[in-house]
Design a protein around this ligand. Structure first.
Ligand code: SIN
Ligand code: FE2
Length: 213
């Protein structure tokens, strides 16, 4: 298979984990960044904190869509409003709904898009995405801006991991046997993209949360 064909169908980097490289071309990335800036203007970035300890995350976050993922001393959860402003999350941009339709198979529509903003020294330690009631739908992750050194293992924390470099415009689908795979970001490579003014990386994760009737 030629590389371009593999990219369209997704390259399977772990069972059920498909990597669609450059799923978004530069104009599509620029348009999506403009959409995300509008989301951030309506729902300001907040600094999530670890359950119990209250230790701040190194990434800042916001959400769009009917539900948003938040974390503070009382735990991780989805809720329909911003933790500081209490306003409903802004609507999910049409481009993200289209991306889900193209890459999430026959899963019901996404309900949450978590926006993660990585400053140059930000990282995300290995974790599973398991706060959703529907664990059959995949998680779609969209990378924008600076390249991330992304690590993925298996459903057990002790499973071996591999690392891939996610570049701006890449889409990663965590589904099937990788839906509960441990994953994280070891580091972001500063200066590797010109997409975001001032540098940095934005990651979007689209998720189905509730089980559809
Ligand atoms: C996440 O797991 O929530 C983010 C992954 C990434 O930033 O690529
Ligand atoms: Fe995650």
């Amino acid at each position: 298979m030629r590389e371009s064909e593999a990219d369209q169908q997704g390259l399977e980097i772990a069972p059920g984990c498909l990597w669609f490289r450059e799923a978004l071309d530069r104009p599509a990335q620029e348009s999506l960044i403009a959409d995300i800036r509008a989301v951030i203007a309506a729902a300001p970035l907040f600094t999530p904190r670890m359950p119990r300890t209250g230790k701040p995350f190194s990434v800042r976050m916001t959400n769009c869509g009917p539900l948003g993922w938040v974390s503070d001393e009382t735990g991780y959860r989805y809720q329909p409003f911003h933790p500081d402003t209490r306003a409903p999350w802004p609507a999910m941009p049409a481009a993200l709904r289209a991306l889900w339709a193209a890459h999430a198979g026959d899963a019901p529509p996404p309900e949450a898009c978590l926006v993660n903003l990585y400053a140059p020294d930000a990282r995300m330690s290995l974790h599973q995405d398991r706060d959703e009631d529907d664990l059959t739908a995949p998680v779609l992750s969209v990378s924008l801006g600076d390249t991330a050194v992304f690590r993925i293992g298996g459903p057990a924390r002790s499973d071996p991991t591999r690392s891939v470099r996610l570049s701006s415009g890449d889409v990663l689908r965590l589904g099937g046997a990788s839906r509960l795979a441990f994953h994280g970001v070891d580091r972001v490579i500063a200066g590797s993209s010109t997409l975001i003014d001032g540098g940095g990386r934005i990651n979007l994760t689209l998720r189905r949360v509730t089980v559809s009737a």
